[in-house]
Design a protein around this ligand. Structure first.
Ligand SMILES: Nc1ncnc2c1ncn2[C@@H]1O[C@H](COP(=O)(O)OP(=O)(O)OP(=O)(O)O)[C@@H](O)[C@H]1O
Ligand SMILES: [Mg+2]
Length: 155
């Protein structure tokens, strides 16, 4: 089941990230798909707001993985933000410890997840952002199962 929302501004994209963030919990993995400049990092920053992440959430373009301490509904949880654009082989993801971030006390947001498609947990949420530049974005939430459908419905 897909849910589609239009976002005309970066603020709206952040707000959609924040709304999703409020229904996330430890162990969740969110794959963020979209072209360069689509708004994946902006969306991730919105999720960070829901987790009361302190300090600016910058793009992990060069560092590949950023980890923040977050808190949601009184529970502490890490927020791991990745950008795998620069990886050329899936083995590199192993070396930098991508899979170590798939753990119960962390929520994982992955920009450019295509390279690790085969090792992503089955139970993940896909958020696809269509459009770039000054175009309005179409943001598609793809629920893989009924559990995600229910969670998205209540966000
Ligand atoms: N509706 C919108 N939603 C999101 N971003 C928008 C929107 N309209 C304009 N923008 C602009 O598009 C840019 C999105 O940048 P962002 O870094 O979030 O993209 P990205 O998908 O993470 O790119 P990359 O693949 O390079 O990491 C920002 O400069 C933002 O201000
Ligand atoms: Mg980005």
């Amino acid at each position: 089941m897909d849910y589609r929302v239009t976002s005309a501004t970066v603020e709206k994209t952040r707000e959609l990230g924040r709304n999703l963030g409020e229904c996330l919990r430890g162990g969740d993995v969110v794959a963020l798909i979209g072209d360069l400049g689509a708004g994946k990092t902006a969306f991730a920053q919105g999720v960070g707001e829901a987790f009361s992440v302190k300090g600016p959430m910058t793009s992990p373009t060069f560092t590949l993985i950023h980890e923040y301490s977050g808190r949601i509904k009184g529970t502490e949880v890490s927020l791991v933000h990745m950008d795998l654009y620069r990886l050329k082989h899936p083995e590199e993801a192993e070396v930098i410890g991508v899979e170590d971030s798939f753990r119960e006390d962390a929520v994982c947001l992955i920009e450019w997840p295509e390279i690790i498609e085969d090792s992503l947990p089955e139970d993940r949420l896909i958020v696809e952002i269509l459009g770039s530049g000054e175009q309005p974005r179409e943001i598609i939430f793809r629920a893989v199962d009924r559990a995600w459908e229910q969670r998205l419905k209540h966000q």
